[in-house]
Design a protein around this ligand. Structure first.
Ligand SMILES: *Cc1c(COP(=O)(O)O)cnc(C)c1O
Length: 375
């Protein structure tokens, strides 16, 4: 927390707005919409809820298909299943680790052949890095398919000067505890189409018709953010830029100390994009480095340092067994390769320089040890 959260929380208590409604919710929506440069935003209980609402607004239902990045957290795709639709997973490309425009195009041509176009394409911006939005938007426009930009991890990032999350018909952000800013739990659905977001607010409050007697003609959800949490969000938004700078500095320090090590390659940053570097991610070439990802993760764990593999691609998940997947090319499966070789290092904005040096030294020592054993 930044320190200013209690001021807003106190205000919520003083004015007795302890509800999923209230002035902080309205203000948080306006402030976030203005920060990312979109017309409107709807504050909800989670990023997952925001994706679910976006899919509902696009009329996704049983029997439909929705395209989704494969290399992501399961929350990107779960709402497709909530609605009885089927995901089709799209591989990554090596320059952003995000959705491969080439695989997307391939999948769309197949969908045309099958006479069944996807109702939406969910594009994820992994670890803060924006996907190749120009290419992806152009392909989707050609076939008139709406984009939902899953920017849960990329709030504060930009693509060609424009905020990540502002490129699709809908964008979503998450304020879960692990994200770059947090309300303990929460999310935001953004769009330039204010009418759509009014419908989202309606669905997110049990779809209660305009009548005093509790009338409902549609199925809704209890998905609104509370006024107390929106207060936390407002204070967090004030420090977002600082957080991005801190995370980028952490990334740069890792690069400075480790980039020259044979076998280590850091997650790239596409030219004309600015990643918030939510997590510092890298790939480890076992043959060159002399150590496997697993062995390095356990060497770090032995020193009480928590590092993680990258997301396990969704097309490899038991949950999605049988769902379609389009690789980057016939002989390149980028997401599987990144899963085999990738790891995320401790990247918290408040990590001290000493702590980071301890992580760096542990990695350096593990690699030296591995080399001396293999010689
Ligand atoms: C965290 C995350 C979500 C879900 O957000 P919640 O607020 O936890 O529901 C969705 N997509 C991605 C890529 C995420 O990292």
């Amino acid at each position: 927390m930044s320190g200013n959260e209690m001021t807003y929380i106190q205000d919520a208590f003083d004015t007795n707005w302890i509800a999923p409604l209230g002035p902080h919710v309205d203000a948080f929506e306006k402030e976030l919409a203005s920060y990312v440069g979109v017309n409107d935003a709807a504050a909800v209980s989670s990023g997952t809820a925001a994706i679910h609402l976006a899919l509902r607004l696009l009329d996704v239902k049983s029997g439909d298909i929705v395209f989704c990045s494969s290399l992501t957290f399961v929350a990107s795709a779960n709402p497709i299943v909530y609605l009885g639709a089927s995901p089709v997973f799209i591989d990554s490309e090596p320059e952003t680790w995000n959705m491969s425009p080439q695989a997307l195009e391939h999948a769309l041509y197949d969908a045309i052949q099958d006479k069944k176009l996807p109702k939406a394409v969910i594009v994820v911006n992994l670890y803060g890095q924006s996907a190749k939005m120009d290419e992806i938007v152009a392909i989707c426009q050609k076939f008139n398919i709406p984009i939902i930009e899953d920017a849960a991890e990329s709030l504060g990032s930009t693509y060609k000067g424009k905020a990540s999350g502002s490129f699709g018909k809908f964008g979503i952000y998450s304020f879960n505890g692990n994200k770059i800013i947090s309300t303990s739990g929460g999310g935001m659905l953004v769009s330039n189409e204010g009418e759509e977001l009014n419908k989202a607010r309606f669905l997110a409050t049990q779809a209660r018709d305009y009548a005093a007697h509790y009338q409902h003609s549609q199925m809704g959800y209890n998905y609104r953010m509370s006024n107390v949490l929106a207060g936390i969000g407002r204070a967090q938004l004030e420090v977002l830029e600082e957080r991005v700078s801190a995370r980028r500095a952490i990334f740069n320090k890792y690069v400075q100390e480790l980039a020259h090590v044979p076998g280590i390659t850091f997650m790239p940053e596409l030219p004309e994009t600015r990643s918030n570097r939510w997590l510092t991610a890298l790939t480890l070439d076992e043959r060159e480095a002399g150590i496997s990802v697993e062995a390095l993760l356990s060497a770090l764990a032995e020193q009480n340092i928590e590092a993680r593999p990258v997301w396990k691609p969704l097309h490899m998940q038991p949950l999605f067994e049988g769902d379609k997947f389009y690789p980057h090319s016939d002989n390149e499966n980028i997401s599987e390769q990144l899963f085999k070789m990738g790891l995320c290092l401790p990247s918290g904005s408040s990590m001290s320089e000493d702590d980071q040096m301890r992580v760096i030294e542990c990695i350096q020592e593990s690699l030296i040890k591995a080399k001396s054993i293999s010689v």
